[in-house]
Structures are given as C-alpha cells and as structure tokens.
Design a binder for this molecule. Structure first.
Ligand SMILES: Cc1cc2nc3c(=O)[nH]c(=O)nc-3n(C[C@H](O)[C@H](O)[C@H](O)COP(=O)(O)OP(=O)(O)OC[C@H]3O[C@@H](n4cnc5c(N)ncnc54)[C@H](O)[C@@H]3O)c2cc1C
Length: 452
C-alpha cells in the first residue's frame, strides 16, 4: 500500500477533500459504532470519476468506501483504518429517465428517494422502499432496500458492467443484479440503477387501532397476513413507543400497543372489504380503539411513525443517549412469541427501549437508549442484541431484515447462513475485488487472509 503516492495521484483530479470538518463528518454514521476519520473524501460527479478513483486506489491497493445518503445503521460507511478513501456518490443526483408506460425509471446513485417520490407522484407513480429520510438510491441498493431491477456497476478495477436490460422478466444468464443488491459496497459501485415503479392506488384509508397487550397487537398482525389481506402498510408501535412519541411531540395518544394500517386499492369496494376484514380481526383480538383517519390526521400519524426512531430518545432525556437499533425478522407465525420474549428480556435486563415493527414482514426494531459513557450499560445492550438475534435465528428468522450486516453483525451472519455460505461470499469477493479494496471488513472479516 503506497498511501502517499495514491493521495498525490488522487489530488491531481481536483476532487479530493481533506478538510478536518469533512473528515469528521465522514468518520461516523447514526449508529453507536466508534468513529474513524478517513484519509480523504473523493466526490464523484459522474461514472468516469468513480472509474478514475477506483483505478488509482486499486493500483496502490488503498481501500475505498462508497457512500450515498450516509443513513445506514451498522457502521457500513465507517472506515476501519485511517487509510481509507471515501467515494462519495451523493452528487450524482440525476433522474435520467422516467418511463411512465413501462413503470420504471433510471436514476443515478445520489438521487434521494423522497425527491424521486415527489416527481413520481405527479405522474401517479411511486417507488415503494421507505428508509431513512436522507437515504439515496446508491446506498439503498447497497443495503437491499429492494425494488431495483438493473444496474450499471463500476468494479474495483474500473470496469463498468450492466447487470441486465429493462424488461421485468429476463433469464439472460446469472442474475447479477441480485448479487450486487445488499452487497454493502463490497463488490462494486453503483453508477446507475433502473427502478421498478408502481401505479399509485386511487383510494386509501388509514386505520389507527390500539390494544392493551403486545400479544393482541402481534396476533392481529399474524392473522391479517395469514388471511391474505393485502395492505399497503401495517406498522406496529408498542406502548413505550407511544409514550416516547407523546413526550417528543407533546401529543396525547393513548400509550398502548398500536397498529397503523394503510388500505389502498383501485375501487371503493376494495377499500370497504379491507376495512370490514380489519375490523373483524382486530375486535377478535380485544382491540380497544379502531379509528378510521382521514386527510391531515392520517398524514400526521405516518409522520409520527417515521419520526419514532428519533422520538425514542425522549424516553431518557437525562442522558445524551445513543440509539442501538436491532432489525431482526421472523416468520409471521412466530412474531407474537418473539415480541413477547423481547419485551420480557428488556425488562429483566433493565434496559430502556421502544419497539417498532414493519409488522407484515415480521421485521421489528428495538430502539435501545444507551448511555455510551457507561461501560456496563453498553455491555448489557450488546448482550441483549446478541440474545435477541439468536432467538430470531432459533425461529428460523434473520438477524437483519433491512439494515444489513455492516460491522455490527458479522458474527451473526456466520450463525445465520453457516461457514460454507460465508466462505462462498468470500470467494465471490475475491473474484470481483482481488485486492480487497472495496469496503473491506464489512459483511464479513477478510481473514482468514490465506483463503482470500
Ligand atoms: C431514522 C432512520 C430510519 C431508517 N428507517 C429505515 C427503514 O424503514 N427501512 C430501511 O430499510 N432502512 C432504514 N434505515 C436505514 C438506512 O436509511 C438504509 O439502510 C438506507 O438504504 C441507506 O441508504 P444511504 O443512501 O443512506 O446509504 P449509505 O449509508 O451511504 O450506504 C449504505 C451502504 O451502501 C453502500 N453504498 C453507498 N453508495 C453506494 C453506491 N453508489 N454503490 C454501491 N454501494 C454503495 C455503502 O458502502 C454502505 O455499505 C433508517 C435509518 C435511519 C437513520
């Protein structure tokens, strides 16, 4: 590794930033993982810039980390050493084409999903994934926010490949798009993505329902899924979440376990059928509130749900808490058992946390409020996180439904898929990135080096 020569060559492009505040900004993410400043930040305006940067770094075997919106939560974009070049793709923010008739669009990696959503809405279309507000397409591909079906990717040596063409269905060779989805910047850098879009339904209804027990709310979710009632969204907020939301927003919602349902369809009859089915199922699980919300009120509820992550800090106003978030997912028939065990474990460990779930997918987050200056508390939170993921695996679930592995779940990945599978991932990486320059140490550790 010849860091000085590499830096000198990169600087000749005029795209390198080494200002102290910039390096500090790129040293951390929203998570509790320890920060580390990179060597420099290389800002790309186009695919050519990505190629140039990769060719130089590959020549000197200097590691790189691609970034987009920087909202990932498992240390994905934090350097593991101070010799890392950040390749920032956030300024590649063009919507190249919206193909209304084919229900797809072509975008650069720096396009923010909310801005794209505003453009699409005017055409009666939408792109379903819904991550952190500042997330961008490059990072969403990196963490598998799904909905993508073709990419241009720059490989470690600067070669550009297109994974497939635009039709919805293709059997042309290996499905390389899926290979790169969720690869966390370890296999290549996305320079352009084709996204599959959906038509916005014409009719909507939002239901806010509440339950005295977490079990009743979870069993409601399972029954809705098992009966095949197709909803746009179904989100669970436990009683601690509702308390945090009230504290953070000075609102006065009942501090009970809550479910938010969004029905959507292309006819009023469809909506009416969904509402009737939901009313029947929720009342069978002792629901104490079933309110149909409209217009501004329903928008307010979704905004509150979106803000539940940051609102959770209100549960511990006395400390500058860091949020350690989990994102296990289990098969829907185990959701109730899983959430019940999670809440009991939290209470036995004396940890302060709220639970929020993208419930229809069996995917839930525990937002743990951790005082990182208290070593004992950090250890207790880490131990909980491991126990919780291990329990999810016991139920044939996953340690990560959407945030990815990063550096925080590398050991859990081995437990989840087995040594042989992780070894195959290492072999794939070795083929695509022989010098191991692309986000090394994320997803799995690079040792045993002899095998790479
Ligand atoms: C408040 C909050 C709420 C959230 N809610 C959700 C949620 O509901 N659902 C969900 O799925 N996630 C959620 N997240 C997590 C996060 O928003 C997602 O993981 C998102 O997809 C990350 O996108 P990003 O642009 O911020 O990526 P970054 O953080 O910049 O990068 C993420 C990964 O992708 C790689 N990468 C970045 N750019 C590229 C590129 N051009 N080519 C290849 N790889 C690249 C990086 O190296 C990294 O490994 C939430 C986060 C926060 C802070």
């Amino acid at each position: 590794m010849a860091i000085a020569e590499c830096l000198q060559e990169l600087k000749k492009t005029g795209k390198v930033d080494q200002d102290k505040p910039t390096l500090k900004r790129y040293s951390k993410d929203h998570s509790y993982h320890h920060p580390m400043e990179p060597l420099c930040v290389f800002t790309c305006q186009n695919e050519n810039d990505i190629q140039t940067c990769l060719r130089i770094c590959n020549k000197y075997k200097v590691p790189v980390i691609p970034t987009a919106g920087k909202t990932s939560l498992e240390g994905h974009t934090i350097p593991e050493s101070s010799n890392v070049v950040i390749i920032d793709t956030s300024e590649m923010d063009k919507i190249v084409a919206i193909n209304e008739k084919d229900l797809d669009c072509i975008v650069q990696p720096g396009v923010n999903w909310m801005e794209l959503g505003e453009r699409l809405e005017k055409l009666g279309l939408f792109f379903p994934p819904d991550p952190g507000a500042s997330a961008m397409i490059g990072g969403m591909c990196g963490t598998n926010c799904s909905g993508t079906h073709a990419w241009r990717v720059v490989l470690a040596d600067g070669t550009v490949v297109k994974t497939r063409r635009r039709p919805n269905k293709s059997s042309a060779g290996y499905d390389l798009t899926r290979l790169f989805v969720g690869s966390e910047g370890t296999l290549g850098i996305v320079s352009e993505a084709t996204l599959r879009l959906r038509r916005l339904p014409r009719f909507h209804a939002v239901i806010f329902s509440q339950f005295k027990t977490l079990q009743d709310a979870a069993n409601t979710v399972a029954q809705v899924v098992q009966e095949g009632i197709l909803l746009n969204r179904m989100e669970l907020l436990d009683d601690f979440s509702m308390k945090a939301i009230n504290l953070a927003n000075k609102s006065s919602y009942g501090e009970l376990n809550s479910l938010l349902f969004e029905c959507a369809g292309f006819s009023e009859v469809q909506i009416r059928d969904q509402l009737e089915a939901l009313e029947k199922i929720t009342s069978g699980h002792h629901c104490v509130l079933f309110e149909k919300e409209s217009g501004a009120q329903s928008a307010k509820l979704w905004n509150i749900r979106k803000a539940a992550y940051f609102a959770s800090k209100a549960l511990r106003p006395e400390i500058d808490s860091h949020i350690l978030t989990t994102d296990c997912a289990v098969p829907i028939s185990h959701l109730c058992e899983m959430l019940t065990a999670t809440r009991i474990d939290l209470s036995n460990s004396g940890l302060v946390a709220s639970i929020v779930a993208h419930a229809g997918d069996g995917n839930f987050h525990v937002f743990l409020q951790v005082d990182i200056t208290n070593e004992k508390e950090v250890q207790a939170a880490e131990a909980f996180r491991l126990r919780n993921a291990t329990l999810a695996l016991k139920f044939d679930g996953t340690c990560t439904g959407e945030h990815g592995i990063g550096i925080g779940k590398r050991e859990l990945l081995v437990e989840e898929v087995g040594h042989e599978t992780v070894e195959l991932m290492r072999r794939i990486k070795k083929q695509l990135d022989p010098n191991a320059i692309l986000n090394p140490g994320k997803v799995f550790e690079l040792y045993p080096k002899a095998k790479l």
